[in-house]
Design a binder for this molecule. Structure first.
Ligand code: OOG
Ligand code: NI
Length: 466
């Protein structure tokens, strides 16, 4: 009997969500179209270099999604669904504090965790859970009502969860079951036509538009699906030229003339979508909600802990300088200057300074017929051109950008009572909620790097020191 393997299920799942989201939000199709144009032009111009951070087939198919759930129970269920597609929780993001306006969520991202799986299809989903118990956002009464409302809904049916568990357990499913899994899983994220309780929705919206989007309706939905581009500045301009209004800035690192690092993102503003509301008197009427938008991303090299510390310091420094800069100066302009001052401009220097993650390829020719013996340091091997750094792509997200993406689509500040003590969440608590270990992204990158150094040492038949 033919089976679909995990990665085939994942690729098909991403594909079906994309088709569905394109029907729901046609501007997304425009974004994908423009992204494809930008990538083709980039490859034509840069040749093989363009594929340094992923093959063009991977990049063209690459998407991340964003979804939002309401409780630990829903988080654990969605984790079972993603496990069927070989997507596991990585990283913890607390957007409650990364945002100036009211964004009451904590998040993780589900994605493949090994290199071969990422290369086959890297679909990832940024998944946020409403911090429905956090008294800074919700008073006692609202907390009780939220718990009741969310506790009473069923986002994922038992047939879907059962199929997902089977797929996860056996690393795939026979064709018929696979079809059923894919249909049910895709449908679970479709925008519902069910009437929305107007009064309930508005009460939550007064706290945060994110809270009403999650807890104000009886189902969940894709919030956005994001294609990857090789030149995000070009994409931004082409979208503006097509008359699509983009948020003010590209989030994350500024444009500069060194290697792409981490993640740069931008989005177009949430569009009005048709919904039906039910009012207190029982009547229903047509209305509109603006919560879903289109986002695009460019991925760069993963930074080590030291590199990330430097990045965070540069962000802080850019903020400080911006505060003193003449009116009209943008964050991006300031940041470009800060980057130029602090960061080396080549992959080799980034590797030598231990700022970014790489795998190492052995260049036999650099050995020049004289095999090494004993011990050599990685630094010497890199300097000698024997160990050639190949970038490891950043597969995760940035909390500040994520907060920026959330906020750029909020029209109201919402409310937050900072006199109250917030509910505490961290990666360990998130692991308990999800029901399996939430991986630390740094461990995954470091393991990949260490493995490649071990292979290099074996092939050279020496000990490599760091
Ligand atoms: C998620 C926002 C974060 C990203 O790419 O950083 C995000 C959301 O709006 O649900 O998707
Ligand atoms: Ni996103």
């Amino acid at each position: 009997m033919t089976e679909l393997e995990t990665w085939e299920l994942r690729a098909e799942f991403a594909q079906r969500l994309s088709a569905m989201y394109g029907r729901e939000v046609p501007a997304y199709n425009t974004l994908v179209e423009v992204s494809t144009e930008v990538n083709e032009a980039y490859v034509a111009k840069h040749g093989a270099e363009a594929e340094r951070l992923g093959s063009i087939s991977r990049v063209t198919a690459e998407r991340h999604g964003a979804i939002r759930v309401g409780s630990p129970r829903e988080m654990a269920q969605v984790a079972r669904i993603f496990a069927a597609f070989g997507m596991y929780p990585v990283g913890f993001y607390d957007l409650r504090d990364a945002s100036s306006s009211s964004v009451p969520v904590v998040s993780t991202a589900f994605r493949p965790i090994d290199g071969a799986e990422l290369a086959k299809n890297p679909f990832r989903v940024f998944t946020s859970m409403l911090a429905a118990e956090d008294p800074r956002f919700f008073d006692r009464e609202l907390r009780a009502e939220l718990a009741e409302f969310i506790g009473a809904r069923q986002l994922f049916g038992s047939e879907l969860l059962g199929l997902a568990d089977r797929a996860a357990g056996s690393g795939g499913l026979p064709t018929d079951d696979a079809e059923q899994l894919l249909e049910l899983a895709t449908a679970a994220f479709e925008l519902s036509g069910d009437p929305v309780d107007y009064e309930w929705y508005k009460r939550l919206e007064a706290v945060s538009a994110v809270a009403s989007d999650i807890g104000g309706v009886s189902t969940t939905h894709i919030n956005h699906l994001t294609p990857r581009v090789l030149d995000i500045d070009e994409l931004y301009q082409r979208m503006q030229a097509r008359g699509i209004s983009m948020i003010d800035e590209i989030q994350g690192p500024p444009r500069w003339d060194g290697p792409d690092l981490l993640l740069r993102q931008t989005s177009f503003r949430a569009l009005g979508e048709h919904r039906v509301f039910r009012y207190a008197d029982g009547s229903t009427n047509e209305g509109e909600l603006r919560v879903r938008f289109g986002e695009v991303e460019a991925r760069g090299i993963a930074l080590t802990v030291a590199g990330r510390d430097l990045y965070d310091r540069m962000v802080a420094e850019s903020d400080a300088r911006l505060a003193l800069a003449p009116a009209g100066t943008t964050r991006v302009e300031v940041a470009a200057g800060v980057w130029a001052e602090h960061l080396p401009r080549t992959e080799k220097e980034l590797a030598l300074q231990g700022l970014a993650f790489f795998t190492y390829r052995l260049d036999d020719e650099a050995l020049d017929g004289a095999p090494l013996t004993g011990t050599a340091s990685l630094t010497d091997l890199i300097e000698a051109g024997i160990a050639v750094p190949e970038p490891i792509v950043y597969e995760d997200f940035l909390p500040r950008s994520a907060a920026g993406i959330f906020q750029s689509n909020l029209t109201e500040e919402g409310s937050k009572d900072n006199e109250q003590t917030g509910t505490s969440y961290d990666i360990h608590r998130m692991s308990q909620i999800v029901g399996s270990e939430v991986h630390d992204p740094n461990d995954l990158y470091r393991r990949q790097q260490d493995d490649s150094i071990a292979v290099l040492a074996r092939r050279l038949n020496i000990t490599v020191t760091r």
